[in-house]
Design a protein around this ligand. Sequence first.
Ligand code: 5IU
Length: 487
Amino acid sequence: MAMSNYTDSALTLEELVCKVYDVGGVKFGNYKLKSGIFSPVYLDLRVIVSYPDLMTNVAEFLWEAAKKEGKSFTCVCGVPYTALPLATCIAAKHDLPMLIRRKEAKEYGTKKVIEGKFCAGDVCLVVEDVVTSGSSVMETVDALRAEGLVVNDAVVLLDREQGGQDMLYHEKINLHSVCTMTEVLEILRMLGKLDAETVSRVRDFIKENKFSIPQLIKETHGDAHHLQLKTQVMSYSERITHCSHPLTRKLLSIMDKKKTNLCLSADLTSSQAILSIVDKVGGNVCMVKTHVDIVEDFSQDFVQKLVQLSEKHDFMIFEDRKFGDIGHTVQQQYKGGMYKIADWADIVTTHVVPGSGVVRGLKEVGLSRQRGCVLVAEMSSTGTLAKGDYSKAAVRIAHENKDFVIGFICQSNLTKDPDLIHMTPGVRLDVSGDALGQQYISPSSAIRDLHTDIIIVGRGILTADNPVAMAEQYQESGYHAYQELLT
Ligand code: 5IU
């Protein structure tokens, strides 16, 4: 009877592993991962959904593993997508309310990220099929914690033993696993399903690809394995090797070479004044940010001179245009008018208020010119509305347009994706703020606590008695904070 398998003792662990292997959930051979690395083992635990008996058994093993230490939970949430049916089985069998985490917040209706009924303080168990680095589990944990749920435990069917447990422990999550990769190898070897050579090849692979914080971590997403990095703890030079966008690579290499994460916000109204300060502090910065619409004597000659300075001092030009209209209009604003921004600015900012069409519009103009854009995901000003679901939508739009979007203007670390650079304005050594709602944090705190990549500084440098000495101080402060993160 099908129901007889739906019991705690339906299968032994050996039988469970054997069944998962027999249905093709674990494969051995030579598999090219998305990262380009060849792996001798491949996991595709999604196939479990095609075998209801197996699925309910796996769910039961997960539940037993989670309860082992006598823990109790008020609800359960699966990491999308593979673990959703597993969490469902646990919820149904044990009469435990279930929550569903959306991968993206809906663009209409309730805009909920977590579906289901809960109260702040409810204790949630997170369920996942396999853990590699732990970053997939953390995405769900973060979303639940953001809603006030208490999450201290996660349970997985298989721990690949590549550092996920340590990483989760670091994030205050106890990881329970039904079995480890070592146990899977032992069981399959014992059952005569694997030869000694395969076992040793997989063991070596695990050993060589074991990552711990703050190293490179490896993540498994369904059938796609890809490299993901804890960006805030990777050196710029390491990170370059995992970035695909040419502008991101160029920026990181400037940051590495010049030892700076400082962007000057050159908010002055005369072109001569801008060119003069930029020539003086050009060696200290990786980027110069402009607001060309405040330049009273703007001319194409001015921007051409700025481009020459960017070549002389090796920095990137970043026009803080903050587009905000429909795609068709922003295209004209980007390439035309008196500013012709696309002709000279490596990077422009855009709001995402209009939806992803604004990015697509800019991309049609900028892509062939090797330009990039940065999304305003959060703002530094008091009472900003750029937060919560809006910021999450910005992250999604960035991920969907990574050929053109190179990062965010933000006040927190929004993604671990190494391609996406975090840039933070509202940075000043004197953190007292201004009369119009600007809020400041110090350079070191921006890098260390917000885990941003680039500090954007305007008046902190521009109004100093000695702007050059001050730029050096900001450079030193930001770079030192970055170096401390590496150690
Ligand atoms: N800027 C902010 N906060 C934001 C965004 C942009 O300050 O959230 I988006 C811009 C405004 C100004 C510069 O051009 O960054 C910061 O200048 P000060 O360092 O002078 O405050």
